[in-house]
Design a protein around this ligand. Structure first.
Ligand SMILES: O=C[C@H](O)COP(=O)(O)O
Length: 248
């Protein structure tokens, strides 16, 4: 049992991967004991969200529109996510910022929309390698998060989650060392504290970027790391179970 700090959250992000049969297999193999003492979520591609209704795993989406229902081809609204009982929704993942040119202001709008609808946003931030090499990680991450804190009153951010994901560690097998990750998480918590100390103490800050069964425990053991946003390793229930075990 993890004794430190806040309740931990392990969230899987399947990205653009998965099939209906993988969902069935995953539901069968996922160990539901984890649901009793920690937060768990699985964010499949939106076309597979309904398939998770047969299991007990809380489900999330990977993105949402900042607009209400209407003429927005290809998008999903918060009310649609609510209709499918999504508890979480990732926003501002670096792949969306890169592939779809999403700005931090748009990410903040999406997060605001989710909070208004009662869905927990998992707000991603994180720097590319060039920024780390230039020694500007804190400034970069702060600018991404400031857009959110400028847009949403702290009184409404109680249920939001932040995920720090250094881009150079995503899908590369290169993980930030526990200390490197902890340093940025501590900075993020300090940044939140500059708005509201209580919020800083309670907000879950996840680490993402090549989290695997063999490195999860050390990462989650850091004082300011409250779990993980897991990409590749969340596609196999066996590995996802092992990562949840590290947080259990
Ligand atoms: O959302 C998840 C992250 O991008 C991490 O992906 P990864 O675990 O495959 O490196």
């Amino acid at each position: 049992m993890n004794i430190n700090k806040r309740k931990l959250l392990v969230a899987g992000n399947w990205k653009m991967n998965g099939t209906r049969s993988l969902v069935k297999e995953f539901i069968k193999d996922f160990d539901t004991k984890f649901l009793s003492s920690m937060d768990v979520a699985l964010c499949p591609p939106s076309i597979l969200i309904a398939e998770f209704s047969e299991g007990r795993i809380p489900v999330g989406a990977q993105d949402v529109s900042a607009c209400d229902n209407g003429a927005h081809t290809g998008d999903l609204s918060v009310s649609m996510l609510n209709d499918f009982e999504c508890k979480y929704c990732i926003v501002g993942h670096s792949e969306r910022r890169d592939d779809h040119g999403e700005s931090s202001e748009l990410v903040a709008e999406k997060a605001a929309k989710l909070i208004e609808a009662g869905i927990t946003p998992i707000i991603c931030c994180g720097e590319p390698l060039s920024v780390r090499e230039a020694g500007k990680v804190n400034e970069y991450v702060e600018a991404q998060l400031k857009a959110v804190f400028d847009r949403i009153p702290v009184s409404q951010l109680g249920d939001a989650v932040i995920a720090y994901e250094p881009i150079w560690a995503i899908g590369t097998g290169v993980t930030a060392s526990p200390q490197e990750a902890q340093d940025v998480h501590a900075f993020i918590r300090q940044f939140i504290a500059s708005y509201d100390g209580k919020l800083a103490d309670s907000m879950q800050i996840l680490y993402g970027g090549s989290v695997k069964p063999d490195n999860a425990k050390e990462l989650f053991g850091q004082a300011d790391i409250d779990g993980g946003l897991i990409g590749g390793a969340s596609l196999k229930a066996k590995d996802f179970n092992a990562i949840c075990q590290a947080a259990y």
